[in-house]
Design a binder for this molecule. Sequence first.
Ligand SMILES: [Zn+2]
Length: 426
Amino acid sequence: METLHGELERVVHDLQVVVRTGIPGSVSGDQARLFVELFSEAERAAASGVALFTPRVVESGSFAKAGHASAQDWLGSLSGSSSGAAKGRLAAAERAAADPSLTGALHEGALSPAQLGVMTKLASEVPGATGDLLELVELGASHQELTDTAARLLATARSRETERLRRARVHAQRHLRVHQVDSGGVRGEFLCDEVAWARVGPLVEARAKELWKASGGSGGGESLEAHRLDALIELLSGSVGSGGPSKGARCQTIVVIDAAALRRGTTQGDELCEIEGIGPVSVEAATELLSEGSLRYLVREGFDIKTVTKSTRDVTAAIEAALIVRDRTCARPGCGKRLGLEKDHRQVDYADDGPTELDNLVRLCPDCHAMKTDGGWRLEGQPGAWKWIAPAHPKSAKYIARARKLAAAKAKPRAAARQRNFPRKD
Ligand SMILES: [Zn+2]
């Protein structure tokens, strides 16, 4: 054990020397990126070490020797975090210690504290389900994809009764909190039931997208998030003009569900029951929306969603539907964003009978879309197995932003004619 102690001290010391002597201004942007990638690896390895050894400290009560009354106080003071955050980390470490596959992943130094948190929470409710998530981490999935999958596995494992209790708890805890922050401005936070948000969310999203597009989209300089707030305030103050978010299908609430799950009333395995732009919900919650006028159900029967294009007269709408069912999140591997997704034509030439329209379409978030359109990145492969291929000389974010601005400026006359996003006074 003494050798491990010495080795650890030496590694930490070496790392401290690197941090102390490194001068950010003396390296190129590309070098700095590599450094940050290595530091992040070190961070994950260190976090894994903390998770591995903490339970032993708790069990032995050794934290008291460092003058702390509780293990969470001790860990909180070490990591400079709140006692509450330390408590969560402790609980995760203890659950991980009881799960051999998680312990293995920690020994590999493969998990961040956030990832470990998602996994141990899942492991406590769905024993044996961590394997699926570990596989995702190995494939480089984003945190969003990880939490989505965990949510889906949890929803599947929950009985209808627990699902009802969970929704009742969310309903009882519902709130909207708004307070002024020291640095200026007002910050807000809310919690509500998924079904409740599904009644307004798509409306906010549709209007936000409209405002964002009118101001030049990715090239306009202001984020979709900023316009989302403008849209919310506009809608709440009732100041949406005639050009508001009333353009047909665009502000529908969309529920994507497997036919079998709909028939059964619950999901099984990796079946889908999701509200577009919100996330997985129980079948019971999804069917509550049936009475809504602006609701659209996309039912997936088996996996062959291509048949949708053949059996419907309105081909465009059918392809759109099939695309939503197929690409639940941004198609770039590791992105996982689900809001503001845009259709992109991949324009791949197939040698034989040519691509069906669906094969040639993919959904990307605005940022990944910009990387592809203006940054030279390409999406290759097929649904479920996309590869994000770098150009010979990848462009910097600054270059891509400039290219977007230029493209937006060309489209200016059209955009300027549309409504601006400032609140109007009547
Ligand atoms: Zn993306």
